[in-house]
Design a protein around this ligand. Structure first.
Ligand SMILES: O=C[C@H](O)[C@H](O)[C@H](O)COP(=O)(O)O
Length: 228
């Protein structure tokens, strides 16, 4: 199966986990796109009653068009379930997110959710994290000094640029620095160090977050449940 078909299959499958009257977090990305389309269909055709918060303007616009009831994060008390994509998941179900630069809002929503589900095609499953560059959302103020600090630590930073070669901006108008690490041997130690650097708004290591992973494979979606 081609990659988009795998993404579509897991996107559709994940909507089965949404129960009536849940508050649901909607992630961001090309896999989540299919989940949101299917959720919109069930809201429209099957009167599935839910309220949703989103992790990006992109997802908000898509969900709004489909008539999915939306709330701002600060308007809800709890989030029952969040469904999101991931860029890499290792054998301990730790992840890297932020390939689209949406990881700050994604992490805020994830850490406020009772359950987190990641939907991925099989290419995202890896033995060790780090082949995918680790995204950092950084404050533009002092970003050059931060960049040099990251260089001095041998973390191989690269400022992300957009298609036109301009500085990539997140929707909060911050920069993204990607760390080209090849392999992250100690994800918790790295996350802890990054958490203590001024100027880093959020990094893309999502550790001990996910409860369920749905992996798209040629044999159909495979659900790994009760991870934590
Ligand atoms: O910033 C982007 C998000 O973290 C996405 O969830 C992640 O990049 C996976 O996206 P996709 O499903 O398009 O590969």
């Amino acid at each position: 199966m081609i990659q988009n078909e795998l993404k579509k299959a897991v996107g559709i499958k994940s909507v089965d986990l949404i129960q009536p009257h849940m508050t649901v977090g909607l992630g961001t990305g090309s896999t989540v796109y299919y989940m949101v389309e299917e959720l919109g269909r069930r809201v429209q055709e099957e009167n599935l009653a839910v309220e949703c918060v989103t992790t990006s303007n992109r997802t908000w616009k898509q969900a709004e068009k489909l008539g999915i009831p939306l709330k701002k994060l600060d308007e809800v008390h709890t989030i029952d379930l969040t469904i999101d994509g991931a860029d890499e998941i290792d054998q301990n179900y730790q992840g890297i997110k932020g390939g689209g630069g949406a990881h700050t809002r994604e992490k805020i929503v994830a850490l406020n959710s009772h359950q987190n589900v990641w939907i991925v095609d099989q290419s995202k499953m890896v033995s060790h994290l780090g082949k995918f560059p680790l995204p950092l959302e950084v404050n533009p103020f002092g970003s050059q000094q931060l960049f040099e600090r990251l260089q001095a630590e041998n973390l191989h930073p690269v400022f992300r640029v957009d298609d036109q070669g301009n500085q990539f901006l997140t929707h909060m108008k911050n920069y993204v620095i990607d760390l080209h690490l090849k392999e992250i041997k100690h994800p918790h130690l790295l996350a802890d160090w990054l958490d203590h650097q001024s100027g880093i708004i959020e990094h893309g290591l999502f550790l001990d977050v996910v409860n369920t992973v749905i992996i798209g494979s040629d044999n159909g979606p495979k659900i790994i449940d009760h991870i934590r």
